[in-house]
Write a protein that binds this ligand. Structure first.
Ligand SMILES: [Zn+2]
Length: 217
């Protein structure tokens, strides 16, 4: 196996994997992270605790999902490959964070209650449930992510994407925070939505300033 292939990206995935555990976005070996460089994809392996990841263990796949280096990849490879069909997606972060997962059991989309939803291009949708690792889950996530940079996976977790790993990871943290805020407000009463049109306007302001362009490594 080729240990030098995408060496920098594989090291960065290990760092973010450990951050993901420290930030409590995942438990144990759940969730996964990938980065695309050209046609190649570096992705976390299956069944390894993030603390034990080494750059050599990170899988490198070709666009057809064939392994060129590293250990056996996560079972969610179909999800990652489907999202890389979008040109603007260069990193994918999949979490099982508590509040995002709880919200995924309650609604088909997060209501427009906070302007930071603009980081995702608008209201965050919930992808229809399908078994983990299946092409059906990949297709439902891809549909929920249309014109968006994050979605919930019904009764499962969350997925965020970006032009680089830092941006996709920041969205994973912010999505968890948004879900926690919304659930907290919802437990206390009926959350007031943003004024009509506000989320679209802020999304255009944030993403319209070349945010995606700036996200490129
Ligand atoms: Zn999962």
């Amino acid at each position: 196996m080729n240990e030098t292939l995408l060496a920098a990206e594989r090291a960065r995935i290990c760092d973010y994997g450990r951050r993901m555990t420290a930030d409590r976005l995942v438990v144990g070996s759940s969730g996964n992270i990938s980065v695309r460089v050209g046609e190649l994809i570096a992705v976390t392996p299956t069944g390894i605790e993030y603390a034990d990841l080494t750059p050599d263990s990170i899988s490198v796949l070709d666009p057809g999902g064939r392994r060129l280096a590293g250990d056996r990849p996560t079972s969610e490879v179909p999800l990652h490959l489907a999202l890389y069909e979008r040109d603007d997606v260069r990193a994918v972060v999949h979490t099982h964070s508590v509040h995002a997962t709880a919200a995924s059991m309650l609604v088909d989309q997060l209501p427009p209650v906070h302007y930071l939803l603009a980081l995702f291009g608008g209201t965050v949708r919930t992808a229809r449930y399908a078994t983990f690792g299946t092409p059906e889950l990949a297709a439902s996530a891809r549909a929920a992510l249309r014109d968006r940079f994050g979605c919930l996976l019904a009764n499962h977790g969350a997925v965020t994407v970006g032009g680089n790993l830092a941006a996709a990871y920041e969205r994973a943290v912010q999505l968890e925070w948004l879900c926690q805020v919304w659930l907290t407000a919802r437990a206390a009463g009926r959350p007031r939505p943003l004024p009509a049109g506000e989320l679209a306007a802020v999304s255009e302001a944030i993403l319209g300033y070349g945010a995606v362009g700036r996200e490129r490594d």
